[in-house]
Structure formats: C-alpha cells, structure tokens
Design a binder for this molecule. Structure first.
Ligand code: FMN
Length: 316
C-alpha cells in the first residue's frame, strides 16, 4: 500500500493548505521554481508538497554587493539582500505561470515596514497561482524590516496582524533564530491569526578573509545555513511545536529524508529543504522518495501519524 504523505498546514482555515506531502523548498534557494521545472519537468514540480518563492519586496531590488556567499565547514553564509523582481512583477508575470501547476505556491513576502506586510498581503489576496503567504520577518541581510521586525515580539505580532487582516490566504510566519525566546514570537504570531509557523531562517554569522584582513562578506555579517544549523533548528521546532496549536514547518540543515524525519518527529508538520539543493539539485525529490520508502518499510500508513512522536506524552 502506498503510504499517505499528505499533511494539512492550515487546519480550520477558510482557504486551507493541504499538501500532498510535507516537502517543499526553503525560500531563496529555489528561485521562482522555473529552473527546477526546466530541470525535472512538470512531473518534478508535481512531486513536491509545495513551492516557496524567494522573498518578494514592494519594489524590485538588485541585492547586496558581491561576494554574497561564503562557504563554511558545515554550511554557508549568505548575504543576498533580497534580490527580486518586486511584487507587481510577481503578480503580473510569475503568478500566472504558477497557476498552471497543481502544486501550491507559497509566496515569501518581505516588507520594509509593518504596513508593507499588510499592503503586500492585500496585493496577493485572490491572485490565481498564490496559495499562501510566508512572512519573512527574519532576513538578516537588509537594513530595514527583516530581522529587525522579527526580533521584537510586538512588531512580529503587528506584522502578522497586518497581513492576516488583508488577505484570506493562510499566513505562515517565518521566525528568526537570532533571539533568546522564539517561543514568545511564535505565540504572539499565533494569537494574531498566523496559520502556521516556519522555523528557522538563517543564524547570524561571519567569516574573515585573513589574507585581506577584511570580512569576506561586504556587510560583514551573513546568514548561516546548512548542516551546521540543523541542531539549532530542530531544538527551536521542538520548543515551538510544544507551545502553539498551529502547524510548524521545520527548516534548517535538512538534506536527507532522515533529517526530515527528525523534524517531523520533533513536531513539525512539514519541512523545507534549502542549502542542500545547491549541492544536490535532486535533494527535494530524494527527501520525498526517502519518506515514502521509510513509511512503507516501517508500516506507517499516514505520515501525519508520526508528527511529534518523539515528544514527551502530554501530562493528563
Ligand atoms: C542563498 C539563500 C537565499 C535565501 N533567501 C531567503 C529569502 O528570500 N527569504 C527567506 O525567508 N529566507 C531565505 N533564505 C533562508 C532559507 O529559506 C532557510 O531559512 C535557511 O537557509 C535555512 O535552511 P537550510 O539550512 O536548509 O538552507 C535564504 C537562504 C539562502 C542560503
């Protein structure tokens, strides 16, 4: 029997967000999805639970100065600076192409201000081809918005509320790990109507070029991703999933189906694969196939049944 890999990321929400499996790309590591389609064909896109776009801002952005990435022993640092086409081109040119896919597309939205989160949510509301929003209140590589909002419980709540009030689409809020208490952020976003939480964005880091005696990245700091951050991401998912009722999407260092299983067992309802795709463009498909094979081998009929199975039993 083929295992049922479907998961519900917005139970009780008027629009819902039912995925055929819990695997999707992490924002910014999959561009707009068309390269993947070119590589693996429409069948490749159909194998994914969802597609997540790179971060979209109100105006088009050229991004930060080069170099924008630096390799680290167990991952990479990036400082892309949200290079993107802007929301108008996203609605006009990209969404109609997404609308041909059977796979839901989640648009990652990065406002400079709280009001911009509301405004962009309004602009994306009802647009064919857009299934949900992911609020990027956690980008470490921009001067305004981003992590500045995501490091404040109050500002995170206000950004969530601004988006939720302006759209019928499910709103996922993506947390930064660069705080002492991610649980407080998650609870505040849930209280303002977030449909789900995504954890985590990149961990602030830096690297220095000893020969040049300068930081490798022009802005000195960058976001660390890849295997190095997996234990941090897993701990945050475990803590957040124990504190909110809404679904949690795990992200950070996931490269294999066993990594994905760790996140699901910690309480995530779905997973995002980011940096791993740069080394292995097939990583997302490998994770889907690995989950299918694991469920079949373990006699797990529904993958939803293993969500949170590594958590302590609730006290009666
Ligand atoms: C090159 C690059 C670009 C990224 N761009 C975005 C972005 O536009 N929006 C966002 O929310 N996260 C962005 N991220 C963060 C990832 O979505 C993800 O949260 C992070 O990389 C951790 O997952 P990973 O270890 O699997 O890469 C980016 C990460 C990388 C490496």
């Amino acid at each position: 029997m083929t295992p049922d890999l479907s998961v519900d990321l917005a139970p009780g929400h008027k629009r819902g967000l039912l995925l055929r499996n819990p695997v999707m790309p992490a924002s910014g590591t999959f561009s707009w999805g068309f390269e993947f389609e070119h590589h693996f064909g429409p069948e490749g896109i159909r194998r994914l639970g969802a597609v997540v776009s790179k971060g979209v801002t109100m105006e088009p952005r050229a991004g930060n100065r080069q170099p924008r990435v630096a390799e680290t022993p167990a991952g990479m640092l990036n400082s892309i600076g949200l290079q993107n086409v802007g929301i108008e081109a996203c609605v006009r040119d990209l969404a109609p192409q997404w609308a041909r896919w059977e796979t839901p597309v989640i648009v990652n939205v990065a406002g400079d201000t709280i009001d911009e989160f509301g405004e962009m949510a309004r602009m994306l509301d009802g647009v064919p081809g857009v299934a949900a929003l992911e609020l990027n209140i956690s980008c470490p590589n921009v001067d305004t918005g981003g992590m500045e909002i995501g490091q404040s419980v109050e500002a995170s709540a206000r950004a969530t509320s601004a988006a939720v009030r302006n759209t019928d689409l499910p709103v996922i809020v993506k947390l930064t790990p660069n705080v002492t208490d991610p649980v407080a952020l998650a609870r505040a976003c849930e209280a303002e109507g977030a449909a789900a939480i995504c954890a985590i964005n990149t961990v602030l880091g830096m690297a220095i070029d000893v020969d040049r005696r300068r930081p490798v990245l022009p802005r000195a700091r960058g976001g660390l991703s890849g295997p190095a951050i997996k234990p941090i991401a897993l701990r945050i998912v475990y803590d957040v999933a124990g504190a909110v009722r809404i679904p949690v999407i795990g992200c950070g260092g996931i490269a294999t189906s066993r990594d994905a299983l760790e996140f699901l067992m910690a309480g995530a309802s779905a997973v995002q694969v980011g940096t791993a795709t740069f080394a292995n463009p097939r990583a997302l498909l490998d994770v889907v196939e690995g989950l299918e094979a694991w469920c079949a081998a373990e006699g797990v009929a529904r993958i939803a049944d293993i969500i949170g199975c590594a958590r302590p039993a609730p006290v009666a």
